[in-house]
Design a protein around this ligand. Structure first.
Ligand SMILES: [Zn+2]
Length: 100
């Protein structure tokens, strides 16, 4: 038996994760925002897996927010995105087995 060790991350998804990370760091150029939002919207894997999607889309919807309301959550998301971009699989909330 050779079940997949962990979810495969496509290059596009890694790139999206990098964008997400940069976005959370405030370093993503505004011209990239639509690309990131589009990927998160179209990619089921990222769209469902990354809670980033909801936050980023919400943030994009109200660009004048001024700052994150929940720095701790953003920290977690940043770490998560970093792990994803890194391919090291930083998984908040549990390891390998999806079955509880
Ligand atoms: Zn994706």
């Amino acid at each position: 038996m050779n079940r997949s060790r962990r979810a495969r991350i496509s290059p596009a998804c890694r790139e999206a994760a990098r964008w997400a990370e940069a976005y959370l760091d405030g370093e993503l150029p505004a011209e990239r925002w639509p690309d990131l939002a589009t990927h998160l919207h179209r990619c089921v894997g990222c769209g469902t897996h990354l809670e980033l999607a909801a936050r980023i889309r919400a943030a994009l919807a109200q660009p004048a927010a001024g700052g994150p309301e929940a720095p701790e959550a953003l920290e977690r998301l940043r770490a998560f995105a970093h792990g994803l971009a890194d391919g090291s699989g930083t998984d908040p909330g549990g390891s390998a087995d999806p079955v509880r």
